[in-house]
Write a protein that binds this ligand. Structure first.
Ligand code: ATP
Ligand code: MG
Length: 457
């Protein structure tokens, strides 16, 4: 036991493992040789970096933030790496929480901003027994602390492996990331096929970054993507759901969708949707999904919110329709057919991307509101207006109307109706005179009395 502890202590202190691939010849770009200025860096991230440095530790920004800063973009978040281990980090910051069981990370809290501080990770070399791979080459465990020269190897793309050093404001590059950055090229560190096998999610990340940054995927990485796309199916569905959110709520959903399909990745994430795309209806391709993706991107561009459930309801609308129609052809009543189709489609989908219950519930609601929009007389329309999902259901109706799924006149009516004042709304839902007379007659007709047998019968 003591031997094992000493072994770990040695690693934490930064001793190199013999079999580990260690980056040498890191190229240092001094402050005058790159464009990153401290004014672009969040104040809280700077505080963390300076504080670690003051306490005698090395501290760098790394990953997406360095990549984005070099592009002059505002990073989504700032990730810090250091040679301090998590317990040491915790001692430096009062506002710090340690998270993660497999690999401990420190979260330093500043109000709503969290700066993630990771300790350098150890080598990724299958021979050194610290890295555990499954039979497909997937990385199951790599939870050892290391040095910066080791840390660099476990990162995915060269442009994500640039380190901004707070000590002298230089950028340290072990893997040619600066050159790739200039070439706008996404290149995996090491052998692409091995790295995709280690973690197939890297294929999704390649697409996400290519679209978001306008970078190309290096040809050496493209080929294995076509071949290995299926490996994504081995990734836990909860992780794939998280990735799907990042992919489709990014503001570039349409382009992302097209690129994912190109590499054969989309069908792993949304198999039923992919299958429905090849089924044309009356010779028309199914456009609702495309329109939903486009609208979602436009909303994000305008600073409006988008919800995951709305988009995923659009993804699975066609599969639900197709299945429901099959059931109706087997003489199931419409309402039941749609309910069952929704249940079946959702329970299959969560095996690929584990959507949480509140999301699938909301999707069901959006779907089940659709037939209700057909009723435009009486008290039902005003009740529908108070439904918590009315807005989403109505937006979905507009989407269907725009893409030929429902009579546009119905959507126009609902647009007028929900904007009208109460008086106008009452008029709009009043049955025409003749119809009301018939209705009244029917309403007041007494039911035939059921004869109760007389006691002496
Ligand atoms: P984003 O702008 O989306 O935050 P990012 O590159 O910062 O992009 P993160 O998921 O925040 O992405 O990861 C931070 C860094 O951790 C990455 O830049 C990369 O160096 C490393 N990393 C993340 N995920 C992986 C992975 N699956 N394989 C290897 N390295 C990874
Ligand atoms: Mg990040």
């Amino acid at each position: 036991m003591r031997a094992i502890l000493n072994f770990f202590k040695k690693i934490i202190k930064g001793a190199k493992s013999e079999a580990a691939p260690v980056a040498t010849n890191g190229k240092i770009y001094s402050r005058s040789e790159h464009t990153i200025s401290r004014s672009q860096i969040s104040e809280n991230a700077l505080k963390v970096l300076y504080r670690l440095q003051k306490d005698g530790f090395d501290a760098y920004l790394v990953g997406g933030c360095v990549r984005d800063l070099l592009l002059g973009r505002e990073p989504k978040d700032f990730d810090v790496v250091t040679n301090a281990d998590p317990e040491q980090v915790k001692k430096v910051f009062r506002n710090c929480r340690l998270i993660g069981r497999r690999f401990r990370l420190a979260h330093v809290h500043f109000g709503r901003e969290i700066i993630e501080v990771a300790t350098f990770r150890g080598a990724s070399d299958a021979d050194n027994n610290k890295q555990v791979l499954d039979k497909e080459g997937r990385l199951l465990r790599d939870n050892i602390y290391g040095t910066i020269e080791e840390d660099v190897w476990r990162r995915d793309f060269t442009v994500n492996a640039l380190y901004y050093n707070i000590k002298d404001f230089s950028v340290v590059d072990y893997v040619g990331g600066m050159d790739d950055h200039k070439m706008a090229s996404l290149k995996l560190i090491g052998d692409p096929s091995t790295r995709f096998r280690e973690d197939p999610v890297r294929m999704l990340r390649a697409v996400r970054f290519a679209v978001k940054l306008g970078f190309n995927i290096h040809p050496d990485c493209e080929k294995p993507m076509h071949d290995l796309a299926g490996l994504l199916a081995s990734i836990p569905s909860a992780r794939l759901y998280d990735e799907a959110l990042k992919l489709f709520l990014s503001g570039y959903a349409l382009q992302t969708f097209e690129m994912l399909r190109h590499y054969g990745l989309f069908k792993v994430l949304f198999p039923a949707t992919e299958a429905s795309l090849s089924v044309e209806e009356d010779g028309f391709p199914r456009l609702l999904l495309i329109k939903a993706l486009e609208n979602s991107d436009n909303r994000i561009a305008l600073g409006k919110t988008v919800t995951a459930y709305f988009l995923f309801a659009a993804f699975l609308w066609e599969p639900v329709q197709i299945l429901a129609k099959k059931k109706m052809a087997r003489s199931e009543p419409e309402f039941i057919a749609y309910q069952e189709a929704a249940n079946e489609v959702l329970s299959r989908q969560v095996k690929s991307t584990a959507m949480p219950k509140h999301i699938t519930m909301a999707m069901r609601e959006v779907w089940s509101l659709q037939p209700k929009f057909n009723v435009r007389l009486g008290s039902k329309p005003s009740r529908l207006l108070t439904h918590p999902r009315f807005r989403a259901g109505y937006d979905f109706l507009l989407l269907r109307a725009e893409t030929g799924g429902v009579d546009p006149e119905i959507a126009e009516w609902w647009t007028r109706y929900h904007l009208a004042d109460e008086n106008e709304q009452r008029k709009m839902t009043q049955p025409p005179r003749n119809a009301s007379a018939t209705k009244r007659k029917r309403t007041y007709r007494r039911k035939p009395k059921v004869d109760t047998p007389s006691p002496d019968a």
